[in-house]
Design a protein around this ligand. Sequence first.
Ligand code: TXA
Ligand code: MG
Length: 354
Amino acid sequence: MIEKIYEGQQKAEREEIIKRAGDIIKGGGLVAFPTETVYGLGADALNEQAAKKIYAAKGRPSDNPLIIHIADMESIGKITESVSAKAKIAADAFWPGPLTMIFGKSAVVPQGTTGGLDTVAVRMPEHEIARELIKAGGGYVAAPSANTSGRPSPTAAGHVETDLNGKIDMIVDGGCVEIGVESTILDMTVEPPMILRPGAVTREMLEERIGAVAVDKTLIGESSTAAPKAPGMKYRHYAPRAELTVVEGEISRVVDEIRRLTRERIGAGARVGVIATEETVGLYTEGDVKCIGPREDESAIAGHLYGILREFDSDEVDYIYSEAFDTGGIGNAVMNRLMKAAGQRVIKVSRGVR
Ligand code: TXA
Ligand code: MG
């Protein structure tokens, strides 16, 4: 069942919802809740049976570990082996916020939560509802994104309902999320620390605080065949039902190419979706055209990406063509998710010959 939390709501009503949600988690059940990145599907991280329910509800492969969400720094000692000085600096700078750090795990963390690994991923979210719920739920909430495995992560409660209705005990609806792509994952068990998944906390932001930071090669090298270090990154995540292709290059040529491809596909009887930007949306005259935001506003683009992919799923298009976006700031995370959704399918247009 869906419970709404909104601004201006009676304090007692809000507290009652949080308490009930916390009790469900403490009792071994599943509650979906908003965080600043995406909606999470929460369970008691220290209860192996509860963690197992998450995998069943999502249809998630059991070797894909969960992130443990905490609400305060005092909680971290119980679930980790040790926290380095560097990790403390990063926590100081970016927690609460969209950063997940990986540590050696302590004995109290069940293997069912970590997918059999000896390491544990920890995040302290900033979203007020998330923080209240973590506290009400006993302090340690395992939460993957609250989508069916293989679908785009949910950025609104309605997305969670579409995927998981009837499979979980409660959805706390706190409105649309702020960021729209999942947290940055930083592996603190290696030196230098390594980014396993890009997010709103960028490499540059981290390096400013903790010095050199490496990036998992499999995130950038399309040609690389090595397995990603975050088990979840190896699955074809965020996959829309349609075949998605990213078109990259000088923007006027990108528009020309997408127009050409769209016309060709429609001519052959297919339904086509186009992901455009404010600057270009008026240039597309055919297909199901959606505007993702202004080109220079990477945050807006991040916020709309998953919602648009879901809309195309319900519109039942056969092909989607998307413009490529700038990779500055959170744009790097956007392009990482977009390219994954496209199964790395990209067309590069250049001046002159194609
Ligand atoms: O923003 C987020 O991080 C959201 C919200 C709900 O907090 N959560 C999220 O969880 O994205 P999930 O389960 O969808 O993605 C977790 C990723 C997976 O790719 C998983 O393989 C990786 O984190 N991961 C978790 N524990 C790990 C570990 N010990 N070592 C390496 N990778 C790990
Ligand atoms: Mg996920």
